[in-house]
Write a protein that binds this ligand. Structure first.
Ligand code: AHR
Length: 332
C-alpha cells in the first residue's frame, strides 16, 4: 500500500500544485485528446456524500470540497449531506451509482456497514475516494483516502493532559463523537493510550454526537450527577461539544477553563476564540481543508494514474498563548 504524510506546508504546496496543474493545463494529453476536467471539455460528475452539518469543522470541510469540486475546476458536484444518518448516507451513495456518476467521494459517518454498497460501486466501475473518515471495509473497495490521523490527535490531547495532571488524582469526563465513527473510536484510543499510568480517572464518557447541543446536554447531565467541584477535566472529541459544555458550566455558575480544565479537538474559529478567552485550555487541530487533495485524487484516478492509497494531513496543537498569536491568520 502506498502511504504519504503531508505536513501543513507540504499540504498547502500540494494543493497549490494541484490548482496550478489544473489551471495551466492546455487541455491536451500526450495523445492529443482533451484532458478530462480542463476548460472546454465535459465536466467530471462527482457525487459527494457528506456526513451532515453537525459542526463548525463540517461547514469548513463542505466549503473546501465545494470550492475544489467547482465547474471552473472541471467538475459537476452532486452534493448530499446525510444529517448523520448512516442508512441515509448509504442510500445517497446508491443513488450516485444509479445516476452513473464518474466518481464518488465519501466522508463516511461510521466505519462499519460499507462493504455492500462499495462493492456495488466497484461492480459499476465507479471509483470511490474517501475523505476525512475511514471505513472498516476492505481497502480494495476504494481507491484512496485523504484525511487526518485521529489516533495521533487523541495521543497529542492525552499527552498534554498527562503533562498537566500526571500523578495528581484527576476526575475526567469525556464527550465522545458520533458512536461508531472513526474519529470517536481513534481519539478515544489515542487519548487512553497517552494517559495510561497517570492518576487521571475517567468517571463518565458519553456521546454528544459532535454537536454543540449534544455536548451541552451531556455536560448538563454530568454536572447534575457529579457536581462541578467533582469534575477536574473535560476531554471533548471536538470543539463544538466543548463549546456546548462551556455553556452548561457557565449556566451552572462554574468558570470553564478554571474550575474544569477543557481539552478539545478541531481548532475552528469559535474553538480558538474560546481558547484565547481562557475557556478552553488546549486544542489539537483537525484540518478540514481537504478539498483540493480530494479533487486531485479524483482526477488522477480517472486518468488511470497510480495514487497514494492513504494521504495524511498533519495537525498542530495550540495552547492559549499560541492561539492568541495565530487566531487572526486562521483560515477556518
Ligand atoms: O471527522 C472529523 C470530525 O467530524 C470533526 O472533528 C468534527 O468536528 C466533525 O463533525
Amino acid at each position: 500500500m502506498k502511504k504519504s504524510f503531508l505536513s501543513t506546508i507540504a499540504f498547502a504546496g500540494a494543493a497549490a500544485f494541484a490548482l496550478t496543474a489544473c489551471s495551466s493545463d492546455s487541455g491536451e494529453t500526450a495523445e492529443g485528446s482533451e484532458d478530462p476536467g480542463s476548460a472546454g471539455d465535459e465536466l467530471i460528475t462527482v457525487g459527494f456524500a457528506q456526513t451532515g452539518s453537525e459542526s463548525g469543522w463540517r461547514s469548513a470541510n463542505t466549503e473546501s470540497m465545494q470550492t475544489a469540486f467547482s465547474e471552473e475546476n472541471g467538475f459537476e458536484l452532486i452534493f448530499n449531506a446525510a444529517d448523520n444518518d448512516p442508512a441515509a448516507q448509504i442510500s445517497a451513495v446508491r443513488n450516485f451509482i444509479n445516476q452513473g456518476v464518474d466518481a464518488i467521494v465519501l466522508a463516511p459517518i461510521v466505519e462499519d456497514g460499507w462493504d455492500d454498497v462499495l462493492q456495488e460501486a466497484a461492480d459499476a466501475d465507479i471509483p470511490v475516494i474517501l475523505e476525512d473518515r475511514t471505513v472498516s471495509a476492505s481497502e480494495d473497495l476504494y481507491e484512496a483516502w485523504v484525511g487526518l490521523d485521529f489516533y495521533k490527535e487523541g495521543v497529542m490531547a492525552g499527552e498534554w493532559a498527562a503533562e498537566q495532571f500526571g500523578d495528581t488524582p484527576t476526575r475526567m469526563v469525556v464527550l465522545e463523537g458520533t458512536t461508531g465513527s472513526a474519529p470517536a473510536n481513534d481519539r478515544a484510543a489515542g487519548f487512553n493510550e497517552a494517559i495510561a499510568g497517570t492518576a487521571i480517572e475517567t468517571i463518565d464518557s458519553q456521546t454528544g454526537d459532535f454537536t454543540r447541543d449534544g455536548g451541552k446536554a451531556v455536560m448538563e447531565g454530568y454536572i447534575a450527577n457529579y457536581g462541578i467541584d467533582n469534575i477536574d477535566l473535560l476531554y471533548a472529541h471536538n470543539d463544538d461539544m466543548g463549546l456546548g459544555a462551556i455553556e452548561a458550566i457557565e449556566a451552572a455558575g462554574g468558570v470553564p477553563g478554571e474550575d474544569i480544565t477543557i481539552i478539545t479537538i478541531d481548532a475552528v474559529k469559535d474553538g480558538m476564540q474560546a481558547l484565547v478567552d481562557g475557556k478552553i485550555n488546549f486544542i489539537v487541530e483537525c484540518n478540514p481543508l481537504l478539498g483540493d487533495l480530494a479533487a486531485q485524487l479524483v482526477k488522477d484516478v480517472l486518468a488511470g494514474e497510480e495514487v497514494e492509497k492513504t494521504v495524511y494531513v498533519e495537525d498542530q496543537t495550540f495552547t492559549q498563548e499560541q492561539a492568541a498569536e495565530v487566531i487572526d491568520s486562521r483560515l477556518y
